[in-house]
Design a protein around this ligand. Sequence first.
Ligand SMILES: [Zn+2]
Length: 92
Amino acid sequence: MARYWVFASSDANRARLHLGSCMYCRDGHGPARRLLVPGGPQTWTPFATVEAAQQWMDQLHYKDKSLCKTCMGEAVDGRQPASAGAGSDALT
Ligand SMILES: [Zn+2]
C-alpha cells in the first residue's frame, strides 16, 4: 500500500510530496473539490517510501518542488534547519 504520493502538475510547473492521509492527497484522489481531468496535466504517483518519492521528485524538471507543508511540514528524513544551535554554548 502506497504511503507517499507525489503530485505533479506540468501546467503549474509544480510537484508536491504528500502523505496518503493528507487532506490534499486523499490517497491520490486530490482535494475533494478539485477533481483530476483524466489524461490531463496533473498526476499523482504513489511510493512506498519517502526516499523513493523524493528521488523521483528530484528528477522532475519543475521549478517548484517541495514537501507539502500540511502533512510533511516537519523534517521526515533528518534534515533540520541550518540555524540549529548546536555548539552555541562555546560562545559563552
Ligand atoms: Zn499534504
